[in-house]
Design a protein around this ligand. Structure first.
Ligand code: AMP
Ligand code: MG
Length: 396
């Protein structure tokens, strides 16, 4: 059994960006990581433009200017101004070459063909210079950078329509358990509705990954081996659910051994998710996740997510970690590190009830996991605790 930090370090040590990349249209690149740095093909902005609705002035001593023309956003005109003249101008319009500054409309008084300005005007005021955001030839986006809405729009603003991104990892899921049935079956004695397949598929979809294949496996060594073999063929990552503990009908560990999967670690000093397994078979990563649903998801967020991020070409070590004051006293008598479902609100964190690894209900309300590394500890209200923000963590 190893410590949480050790396990996480081993996952990161074994993670590297996938070598293959693909060129995709921008609209298919949300959440994808750049395979190469982006070189700006143009200056941004590419012309001097007004950041206000107002008047573009060719400066002189007096506060009154004669209005000689008008430039709207999108116009190509470049009216020539003499000293003391101005043009009516609007946000986003080209500033005439011989205008020195733009004064905002709210600081002017208009009289027919002249305008009087209030207060001083500085040269260059309210004019966005060519290349002031990005210069042609600069590299504003780095290799590995993840593209969000802002990144996609920024690329579009540079006139870029497609980019090279690291390919997504192929992930398959192997669900084990004789007790599992689907919701279309009749709930009979001893059976439960299976939920880890949607849990993992949805968590993967949040990362932009469509599961390649899901198999459902009886608790038998033969079937487990056969389904794992199939999964290895299609995957960069295989996620196994259940069957990794020490019961007589837990066959995953033995199956992995017979398939010559190299164990990186097995069992982590944590709750939930103690019997977590991580290993490799050639280029395929295997996580065997304990089957209790809250363990499965907790292990996914803490260990699988960093691997996915790195394979996708990103640099992230996983969920964002913050030190946040706890809203109440908390006592742990556990001899293991804890990951506790929690809510962050008003700059404090509250640990939720119903933490058992079989209980998803607290996860449905959580936007964070509190990590308590110490064994057996009393935390006073206001103490800072390490808090991992769940993906898309907002409170609804
Ligand atoms: P295991 O890790 O196979 O020992 O399973 C631990 C607990 O999680 C048992 O109570 C299982 O019934 C439950 N469990 C395992 N797999 C799933 C699943 N796919 N969906 C819902 N519950 C599961
Ligand atoms: Mg089982």
């Amino acid at each position: 059994m190893i410590a949480v930090e050790e396990a996480l370090a081993l996952v990161l040590e074994n993670s590297f960006p996938l070598k293959e990349s693909e060129i995709l249209p921008i609209n298919q690149c949300i959440n994808r990581n750049l395979a190469k740095a982006i070189k700006a093909p143009i200056d941004l902005p590419s012309f001097r433009l007004s950041s206000m609705d107002g008047y573009a002035l060719c400066l002189h001593q007096s506060n009154t200017y004669s209005i000689v023309d008008e430039v709207k956003a999108g116009d190509a005109a470049n009216p020539s101004l003499r000293i003391g003249e101005c043009v009516r101008i609007y946000t986003g319009a080209v500033v005439p070459d011989n205008a020195d500054a733009v004064i905002m409309q709210e600081k002017t008084i208009r009289n027919q063909d002249t305008v009087t300005i209030e207060g001083p005007v500085n040269k260059g005021q309210n004019i966005r210079l060519v290349g002031s955001q990005v210069k042609k030839g600069d590299f504003p986006l780095e290799k590995g950078q993840v593209l969000q809405a802002s990144g996609l729009a920024f690329l579009k603003s540079l006139g870029i329509d497609e980019v090279e991104v690291v390919r997504l990892p192929k992930v398959t899921i192997v669900i084990t358990g004789n007790e599992l049935i689907t919701s279309s079956e009749k709930l009979t004695r001893g059976k439960i509705y299976e939920s880890n397949s949607i849990l993992l598929q949805a968590a993967l979809l949040n990362q932009g990954i469509k599961t390649q294949l899901i198999s459902f496996t009886e608790d038998s060594l033969k079937e487990t081996i056969s389904n794992l073999k199939k999964a290895f063929f299609y995957s960069d990552i295989v996620l196994v659910s259940g069957g990794i503990s020490v019961g007589d009908y837990d066959f995953v560990k033995q199956a992995l051994k017979e398939l010559e999967v190299k164990e990186v670690f097995y069992k982590v000093r944590q709750r939930p998710g103690k019997p977590l397994f991580f290993g490799k078979k050639d280029r395929v990563f295997i996580f065997a996740l304990p089957g209790n649903p809250a363990s499965t998801l907790s292990c996914f967020y803490v260990y699988v997510l960093p691997l996915i991020n790195r394979l996708k070409g990103g640099k992230s070590d996983g969920l964002i970690r913050l030190s946040i004051p706890i809203e109440h006293d908390f006592k742990s008598v556990e001899p293991r590190a804890l990951f506790l479902k929690a809510t962050v609100q008003n700059k404090t964190v509250r640990i939720l009830d119903r933490q058992h690894s079989s209980m998803l209900v607290s996860f449905t309300m959580a936007n964070a996991l509190v990590y308590i590394p110490q064994q057996g500890i009393l935390l006073k209200k206001g103490a800072l605790v390490e808090t991992l923000l769940l993906p898309n963590s907002i409170l609804t």
